[in-house]
Write a protein that binds this ligand. Structure first.
Ligand code: HEM
Length: 257
């Protein structure tokens, strides 16, 4: 579980002071944005009762907030901006996130956007067909097990938000990483792997929109660089851990009319 702490500060601001309050928060936000202890912040205003505001600040930890930010020079300016409104505070507390958390379905997963299990099966069939004909990669995958492509399809499907079929039938992240131990993958092989995966994505007709492809390639870059690392000498295999879940990058999916 994350060590982050979420501080909630609830204000009840008289209507005639709301403009000054918003201006003060805008200035104080500059100090929050500059604070290495601050993860993110947001001021929200009640839709039903305009006088109610909640300032949510995520800190790297409570100690970092209390002993770091509050002891820093930034805090002096922060208090100068927002301190005059302290008398309107109704509650200020640090909260620790529990395990009850997640995301809603407002965003499609990369898995469903790509076309689900069939899309990933198509992808890895085309991909390993190319791999086995490729002068750089064919020797690495010589004697490939027949089920390799379908295992990698279910791995990718799970990473991109599909059902946990790889972790239920094969194992978790540690299991997958272990398949690369001692293989001594070179940068030239890695780059070819990424290039062929992108060629395969085109041929298998995965979506070509900028947002999907940038997230897809980001995972290919991240995953292959880990594969190279774990295939190298003197590597300590990681403890078993859940399969990473990849999602959209900074640009959300484009769903224009
Ligand atoms: C995002 C990057 C990668 C992913 C997601 C990935 C995924 C996987 C998975 C899931 C397995 C286990 C298959 C099984 O359970 O049967 C595997 C094995 C393997 N991977 Fe990767 N891999 C990646 C990068 C690479 C790269 C860059 C290379 C080499 C250029 C490579 C070479 C191999 C080899 C040789 C095996 C073992 C095959 C076997 O002995 O069955 N992988 N990979």
């Amino acid at each position: 579980m994350t060590a982050h702490t979420v501080e909630y500060i609830r204000y009840l601001i008289p209507e005639q002071q709301s403009a000054q309050f918003l201006a003060a928060c805008t200035r104080a936000a500059v100090q929050l944005a500059a604070a290495p202890q601050c993860v993110d912040y947001e001021l929200a205003r009640s839709e039903e009762d305009f006088e109610h505001y909640v300032l949510r600040i995520t800190w790297t930890s409570t100690e970092d907030h209390v002993e770091g930010f509050r002891e820093s020079e930034l805090f002096t300016d922060y208090v100068a901006d927002i301190g005059p409104f302290d008398r309107f505070i109704e509650e200020t507390r640090h909260y620790k996130p529990t395990t009850v958390r997640g995301t809603g379905a407002s965003l499609p997963t990369l898995y469903s956007w790509a076309g689900g299990a069939e899309a990933f099966t198509r992808l890895t069939e085309v991909f390993y067909d190319k791999v086995l004909k490729d002068e750089v990669l064919a020797p690495v995958f010589a004697g490939l097990a027949a089920e390799h492509a379908s295992h990698v399809a279910s791995w990718l499907g799970e990473v991109f938000g599909g059902p946990p079929s790889y972790s239920e039938t094969q194992g978790g992240h540690g299991h997958m990483v272990a398949r690369h131990l001692g293989k001594g993958i070179t940068e030239i092989q890695r780059r070819r792997w990424v290039n062929l995966l992108q060629d395969a994505a085109d041929e298998a007709e995965l979506p070509t929109d900028a947002e999907f492809r940038s997230a897809f390639v980001a995972y290919a870059e991240w995953g292959t660089r880990l594969a190279v690392y774990f295939s190298g000498p003197d590597v300590v295999p990681p403890a078993e851990q859940p399969i990473p879940r990849w999602t959209w990058g900074p640009p959300p999916p484009h769903r224009g009319e």
